[in-house]
Design a protein around this ligand. Structure first.
Ligand code: FMN
Length: 111
């Protein structure tokens, strides 16, 4: 679905946390988010930040999956509400770090 919509991104997912970055043309990113919202497997999806960018971080992936083994918040911090308190800047910084990490390694799941 994402490749067709020219959407790329990354999904960081662990038992206790889902954090997803969608990038692409504004209209198809919004449509993708609308589909995700409609899906009742999600509870309380929230947009942390939305902005125009000049380049993609995950242009080679329709959706990079990161199991968050090296995630910035521990399960204890997540349980304590770290994600709710996280600023947009922190979330972007986390994705930028992930983007830099994958840019220097061979793609495992190219689109
Ligand atoms: C964790 C998670 C991440 C998802 N990410 C995407 C995504 O990036 N793009 C997408 O099209 N659907 C994604 N989906 C699936 C959508 O929620 C939805 O089921 C799908 O787009 C079909 O929607 P529709 O039946 O309303 O057209 C995701 C689902 C889950 C559970």
């Amino acid at each position: 679905m994402n490749a067709r919509a020219d959407v790329s991104g990354a999904l960081v997912c662990r038992q206790d946390v889902y954090l997803q970055l969608l990038e692409g043309p504004a209209d198809t990113v919004l449509e993708t988010y609308a589909r995700i919202r409609r899906d009742d497997r999600h509870t309380n999806p929230t947009i942390l930040t939305s902005r125009a960018v000049s380049a993609r971080l995950f242009g080679d992936w329709s959706m990079l999956h990161d199991p968050a083994t090296s995630w910035m918040w521990s399960p204890e911090e997540i349980a304590d509400g770290a994600l709710e308190r996280a600023s947009a800047t922190e979330a972007i910084a986390a994705f930028e770090a992930l983007g830099a990490k994958v840019a220097t390694s061979a793609p495992t799941c190219p689109r």
